[in-house]
Design a protein around this ligand. Structure first.
Ligand code: CAA
Length: 405
């Protein structure tokens, strides 16, 4: 029996593990080299029923929620970080519909995503609006029958292979609080093109692209939730639900790298001994293992809280994303170190883990943005701890107004 995971959790974890070991790991290097979308892996994921894990049963999914999604992402990323995100990004793209769509939008789109018939991507970032997402410039203007979209999107993962796109655009440039709205855009809509396919350091199995909209006409029914001005909040709500998935990618990458490193430490001989017998390497492996475990339980806690509709999910999702992806970078770098010269070479699978890990500290909000989100919550909560001022010397508090924070 697992201390935290239920039978249902273990079922999804085992299913994803099986696909990861039978299909993903043997193909990981091929798709890293080719930098092509792994359609044969996507088919295996669809066949195993993994593409609709987080989608409610009434819309054709498994209704298994965010924790089970994270368990699947972790297992897939353990074998290949690119496949882990190729899978998880469908959750990122579909969360706007799931969390904010109208009943019609959910019924129209979620079943085709759950079955794997259609892939979906998320278009928020732009060249001049990355961390400062609210500064985006893509524009949607009301027409008689719908909306006219113009502008660009940057770093859209799954772009080009996805059939559907959650796209954020300015509908009310004069408004401070309600500038942005979200739209569901279908791939073949005239005026919508892929402007550039990026050549990337890691996660090479999944495309990351620029989207271009030039007089792209979409219907009124494309407006997410049927309401304008909600786009920024819909994007933030989506990211709160999706960031644990990036964190799970970090856990999987770190776990996968630790496994290769520990197998190597048992076999590689230097100075007449297995290198695993040296205390310096034992210390490294112990730190790596403890950090992976701590990350994993933070991700499980964040995902469980999201499934339980806890109130402070922004903070929990950001903490899991920050800690697990910083851990992924550290553990995968240490794993390369442990492999020595071989670790730096592409003949060995380990350098790919380090390349795949780097982006997890950047996308779905840089870890600097996660620190902003977390510290805002910490300082807000401190207002409920005002009684602690009684234990602070008077001079600390002179002229201080806590509401300024
Ligand atoms: N849920 C609901 N509402 C939220 C919210 C949340 N989590 N966070 C903020 N809001 C609301 C606020 O309450 C506020 O509402 P009011 O105006 O009614 O008061 C409004 O949104 C503005 O909030 P902030 O003042 O906090 O906004 P900000 O401009 O300071 O930005 C930020 C905050 C956290 C930095 C945010 O911009 C952010 O998360 N940036 C990173 C964006 C990001 O993650 N991009 C990645 C895109 S996906 C990707 O990486 C590509 C891919 O394909 C994988």
């Amino acid at each position: 029996m697992h201390p935290f995971l239920t039978e249902e959790n273990l079922h999804w974890k085992a299913k994803a593990h099986e696909v990861a070991e039978k299909v993903v790991r043997p193909l990981a290097r091929k798709y890293d080299e080719l930098q092509e979308y792994p359609w044969e892996i996507k088919d295996a994921l669809a066949e195993a029923g993994l593409l609709g894990v987080w989608i409610p049963k009434e819309y054709g999914g498994a209704g298994a929620g965010v924790l089970n999604l994270c368990l699947c992402v972790e297992e897939l990323s353990r074998a290949c970080g690119g496949v882990g995100v190729a899978y998880a990004v469908n959750a990122l793209g579909s969360f706007p519909i799931l969390l904010s769509g109208t009943d019609e939008q959910k019924s129209k789109y979620l079943p085709m995503i759950a079955s794997g018939e259609k892939l979906i991507a998320f278009g928020l970032s732009e060249k001049f609006a990355g961390s400062d997402a609210a500064a985006l410039r893509a524009r949607a203007v009301k027409t008689e029958n719908g909306w006219n979209l113009n502008g660009e999107k940057k770093w859209t993962t799954n772009g080009g292979v996805a059939d559907l796109y959650s796209v954020f655009a300015v509908t009310d440039p004069e408004s401070q609080r309600n500038r942005i709205s979200a739209f569901i855009v279908e791939k073949d809509t005239p005026g919508f093109t892929i402007a550039k396919i990026e050549d990337k350091m890691g996660i090479r199995a999944v495309p990351v692209v620029e989207l271009d909209f030039e007089n792209c006409e979409v219907g009124d029914d494309s407006l997410l939730g049927g309401k304008t001005g909600q786009g920024f909040k819909q994007a933030m709500l989506t990211l709160d639900h999706a960031r644990p998935g990036v964190a799970a990618q970090g856990v999987g990458l770190a776990q996968g790298a630790l496994e290769y490193a520990s197998v190597y430490a048992n076999r590689r001989r230097q100075f007449g001994k297995n290198i695993g017998s040296f205390q310096m390497l034992q210390g490294m492996l112990a730190d790596m293992s403890s950090q992976v475990a701590a990350s994993r339980y933070l991700v499980y806690a964040a995902a469980t809280n999201i499934d339980n509709k806890a109130p402070n999910i922004s903070r929990l999702a950001a903490e899991a994303k920050l800690f697990a992806t910083d851990t992924a970078m550290k553990v995968t770098t240490d794993a390369v170190q442990l492999f020595g010269g071989y670790g730096y070479m592409k003949d060995y699978p380990i350098e790919k883990y380090m390349r795949d890990a780097k982006i997890t500290q950047i996308y779905e909000g840089t870890n600097q943005v996660q620190r902003m989100v977390i510290s805002r919550w910490v300082l807000k909560q401190a207002r409920e701890l005002e009684y602690l001022c009684n234990y602070l010397p008077d001079e600390t508090q002179k002229g201080v107004d806590p509401s300024e924070v």
